[in-house]
Design a protein. Structure first.
Length: 123
């Protein structure tokens, strides 16, 4: 999903113009980034926590040449989902697993009944 799609969905749901909704969505994103830059962390209840973490400098190896290279320290943004998000994703995983199991059972049943076989000699 893109920002444009988010704006359209929200606009349709609450009845604001897409232009006004886009401004609100952008201001929200800007506030998140600004908070990360200034404070290094932002916690959004029932959503998750964004945090700036420092990755230490390290030695690495160029996979093409095998030469050792120095990788400087850098700052990265991490995200830890909230409990509600994790629970909904877990439910999605369970549903997908159940659907895959059902498809496998249906395929096995078709094979057992001789369906899907070619060259069986029946007209």
């Amino acid at each position: 999903m893109t920002k444009k799609e988010i704006v359209k969905t929200i606009s349709d749901e609450i009845g604001l113009t897409q232009l006004k909704t886009k401004e609100i969505v952008q201001k929200t994103f800007d506030a998140i980034v600004e908070t990360l830059v200034e404070e290094g962390r932002i916690e959004l209840r029932n959503f998750g926590v964004f945090e700036v973490k420092r990755r230490a400098a390290r030695k690495a190896r160029n996979p093409r040449t095998g030469d050792k290279v120095h990788v400087p320290e850098k700052f990265v943004v991490t995200f830890k989902p909230g409990k509600e998000m994790e629970e909904r994703v877990r439910q999605m995983e369970e549903k997908a697993a159940a659907e895959a199991e059902e498809r496998a059972r249906a395929e096995a049943a078709r094979r057992a009944n001789g369906e899907g076989q070619t060259g069986s000699g029946n007209p």
